[in-house]
Design a protein. Structure first.
Length: 286
C-alpha cells in the first residue's frame, strides 16, 4: 500500500482535481471501452503507471492514486496497452452494507488470469457503513473540507481492511469460501437493481472475476445461469407489478427492458401470454 502522504485523490466530489493527463491514444481507446453502472467503486494504484479515463477526462494512475467512481459515472472498462506492469486494488460497493474487493494485476493491457478476486472476502461492518454514509453526504452537497477528509479517512480504513482481510483469508485457508460469498452478494445486488444494466460483463467486474469464469461460478452455487436467474427475477417482479395494475410501459421501464415491445416478447416467450392478456386473466380470477 502507498504511504498516505503520496496518495492523490481523483473524484468528482473534489472541487480541484489533478490536471488531466495527455494520452491521445487512450482518448481514442476509451470510446469503445467505457461503462457506467449503479455500483460505486474505489480503486487504488498499488504498482505501475498508466492512463485511466473518468467522465471523459484521462488521468495518470500512479502508485498512491485513489479513484472514487460515483453511481453512473462513466469510466474505463478494462485496460489499454499503456498499462505495462500494474497492480490495482478495487472495492465495489454493491450495497449500503456490502463491499466486494479484488486485486487486479495488469501486464501490457491484459489482466493476468487467476489474479483477480483471489483471497478477498466480502466486507461488512462499521467502516463499510460509514463509507456509504459519508459518500452519500458528500454526493448530496456537503463537500466541506471536513466532510471530504472524513470520507477519505474511512476509505483508507476500508482499503486497509480489504488488504488485511486478504492476508488473513489466505493464512486461514478460507479462500475457497470466497466464490460462494461473492455469489451471495451479487445475488443481493441483482435483486435490488433489476432496472439496471445487469450484463455478465458488469456483474463479473463487480465480483472481481473474468466473465466466463464468473458465469460458471454463479451456476455452481445457484444451479442456474446468471441470465436465467435475472430473467426469472424480472419475470416474477413483472407479474407482481402487472397484478397491481401497472401499465406495460411502466413495468418495462422499472425492470430495465429497453422497450415495451421487447418486454412483451420476453413475457410471452416465458409465459405463453402477452402481459395484457396475463393481467386481464389475473383480474378475472381475483
Amino acid at each position: 500500500m502507498a504511504r498516505p502522504a503520496r496518495w492523490v485523490w481523483i473524484s468528482r466530489l473534489e472541487q480541484h482535481r489533478p490536471a488531466a493527463a495527455r494520452y491521445p491514444c487512450h482518448q481514442h481507446w476509451i470510446q469503445a471501452h467505457t461503462h457506467q453502472h449503479a455500483c460505486r467503486e474505489v480503486m487504488i494504484v498499488l504498482k505501475g503507471c498508466g492512463p485511466l479515463g473518468v467522465g471523459g477526462c484521462v488521468y495518470r494512475a500512479a502508485p498512491g492514486t485513489v479513484f472514487l467512481f460515483d453511481e453512473g459515472e462513466p469510466h474505463d472498462f478494462g485496460y489499454s496497452a499503456a498499462h505495462t506492469d500494474s497492480r490495482h486494488l478495487w472495492l465495489h460497493l454493491i450495497g449500503p452494507h456490502r463491499i466486494t474487493a479484488n486485486e487486479v494485476v495488469i501486464r501490457n493491457g491484459r489482466i493476468l488470469a487467476g489474479k483477480s478476486a483471489t483471497g478477498f472476502m466480502p466486507l461488512q461492518g462499521p467502516f463499510v457503513e460509514c463509507l456509504t454514509e459519508y459518500w452519500n453526504a458528500c454526493a448530496a452537497g456537503n463537500r466541506s473540507p471536513l466532510a471530504l477528509a472524513r470520507l477519505k479517512a474511512v476509505t483508507i480504513l476500508v482499503l486497509l481492511q480489504a488488504w488485511l482481510g486478504r492476508t488473513n483469508a489466505v493464512d486461514n485457508g478460507s479462500v475457497s469460501e470466497h466464490g460462494k460469498s461473492v455469489v451471495t452478494q451479487i445475488r443481493a445486488y441483482i435483486a435490488g437493481h433489476l432496472n439496471e444494466d445487469l450484463s455478465l460483463r458488469n456483474l463479473a467486474h463487480m465480483a472481481g472475476y473474468e466473465a466466463v469464469y464468473f458465469d460458471r461460478l454463479f451456476h455452481k452455487y445457484t444451479n442456474e445461469s446468471l441470465r436465467r436467474h435475472i430473467n426469472r427475477l424480472r419475470l416474477e417482479s413483472a407479474g407482481k407489478l402487472l397484478a397491481q395494475g401497472i401499465t406495460v410501459q411502466a413495468v418495462a421501464e422499472q425492470l430495465g427492458f429497453g422497450s415495451s415491445a421487447y418486454f412483451c416478447r420476453f413475457f410471452k416467450s416465458s409465459t405463453g401470454l402477452t402481459p395484457t392478456t396475463w393481467a386481464n386473466a389475473k383480474k378475472r380470477r381475483a
